[in-house]
Design a protein around this ligand. Structure first.
Ligand code: AMP
Ligand code: GLY
Length: 421
């Protein structure tokens, strides 16, 4: 079967790497892909925003399944247009992808379905926001209502910070914001596959969103991750599924907009149980890299079963018992303005240590691989425990020759501390 993978990041490189191991795959195409993905796929320069062009490509190349990596094409309705043309898609419709695209939508659904989440108000003017924020106390969480790639969130510690965040959100006409109660606890990410009816857990992970060691500095898309997140115990995972994910999937189905694809629940494990922080309509990046490192089945068959509404018949996903950990190498300056063009060497040497190097923001300048984005590589390794997986990933990192890159040196620290205790 021919498959088209949409995207160009480390998440998509991990998906391409795993899809390439599926016996049912004939040709994998990737749009636009990257030099790492090109090791497993034929990269094509399709304009993903042009849904008719993507549909035509699929017809011309006999593509039987489209796997959508990032959220933007989902929120733009690419899956709807492909399905209307009779092409199977792994990824939710525009209506269901609002779980990620609109915080207001998700919060309203949580209220309707009685799903545990932070208390909130949805506001549409600065005046309304200034009045509504008072009862929340401090710290208070302020979020833009829309796709913000993790950058639309302010945790305000003072009234001045809160006011500045609100003023910025309402500086342009048409601003909308969600003001939220600040939750305390440890965060974990839970992944679930669903075709709108059946629902199967697909692993857990813990991301590291801040740029600096010890979880300091500005938020990023994610500087590293490990899987599984053992802090999400089997009992907490069961609660998260029964109290959060299943009611969400059921509500969307009963409202005529069933969710099909992977649902990523960002959870806060509070002392009263798991609460939903946010949903994403796709795999996490870099969480996908560690999930794929552990996944042991036929990815293509599984994603196809989801896309075709046959998930109930598919074998239950199996994962390696041993943990995997990934360290993101970012370009100097990230998450501000990353320095692009820096040469990247040593990928073979890093992989010779046993690590797998997934590429994200890379491109070829002549024969030289260079940095072309903020997050550049994700160096991934496994080990009998998280401490060993961490050591193995950093052996890979240390074999690289990427002078304009940097990484955190403490990915997995929470679990490593627990393992020591
Ligand atoms: P989001 O884009 O909604 O995932 O928010 C980004 C990050 O902000 C999350 O990963 C949390 O670390 C933090 N955050 C978001 N909402 C809350 C909340 N209600 N309480 C505490 N922290 C939060
Ligand atoms: N790593 C966080 C995300 O993919 O949203």
């Amino acid at each position: 079967m021919n498959v088209l993978l949409i995207g160009s990041g480390g998440r998509e490189h991990a998906l391409a790497w795993k899809l390439a191991q599926s016996p049912g795959l004939t040709t994998l195409f990737a749009a636009p892909g990257n030099p790492g993905i090109a090791n497993h796929a034929e990269c094509v320069a399709l304009n993903v925003a042009d849904h008719a062009a993507v549909t035509d490509f699929c017809r011309e190349k006999n593509v039987a399944l489209v796997v959508v990596g990032p959220e933007a094409p989902l929120v733009a309705g690419l899956a709807d247009d492909l399905r209307a043309a009779g092409i199977a898609v792994f990824g939710p419709s525009k209506a269901a992808a609002q779980l990620e695209g609109s915080k207001g939508f998700t919060k309203a659904l949580c209220t309707r379905a009685n799903i545990p989440t932070a208390g909130y108000v949805h506001v549409t003017s600065l005046e309304q926001a200034r009045t509504a924020i008072a009862p929340f106390g401090l710290p208070v969480v302020i979020k833009a209502d829309g796709l913000a790639a993790g950058k639309g969130v302010t945790i305000a510690m003072t009234p001045e910070e809160a006011d500045a965040a609100l003023a910025a959100l309402f500086a342009e006409p048409g601003g909308e914001a969600v003001i939220e109660e600040f939750l305390t606890g440890e965060e974990a990410s839970l992944f679930v596959l669903t075709d709108g009816a059946a629902l199967v857990p697909f692993g857990s992970a813990q991301d590291h969103k801040r740029v600096g060691d010890g979880d300091t500095g500005p938020n990023t898309g994610g500087m590293g991750a490990y899987s599984p997140a053992r802090v999400l115990t089997p009992e907490l995972e069961r609660r998260a599924i029964e109290e959060i994910v299943r009611p969400t999937v059921a509500a969307l189905a009963s409202e005529g907009t069933p969710y099909s694809g992977v649902l990523y629940a960002g959870l806060m494990l509070t002392n009263t149980g798991p609460k939903l922080i946010e949903y994403n309509a796709r795999f996490g990046d870099p969480e996908c890299q560690v999930l794929m490192a552990r996944f042991e089945g036929d990815l293509l068959a599984l994603l196809q079963a989801v896309a075709e509404g046959r998930l109930a018949e598919a074998p239950a996903p199996a994962f390696a018992e041993v943990p995997a950990l990934t360290v993101v190498m970012a370009a100097r300056g990230y998450p501000g303005t990353p320095e692009t063009g820096g040469a990247i060497g040593g990928i073979d040497a890093a992989e010779a240590t046993g690590a797998t190097v997934f590429q994200a923001g890379t491109k070829l300048a002549g024969d030289t691989l260079v940095a072309a984005g903020g997050r550049v590589l994700a160096v991934t390794a496994s080990g009998p425990d998280v401490a060993s997986a961490q050591a193995a990933a950093y052996r890979g990192v240390d074999a690289l020759d990427f002078p304009t890159g940097f990484c955190r040196r403490d990915i997995g620290w929470r679990e490593v501390e627990r393992e020591r205790a």
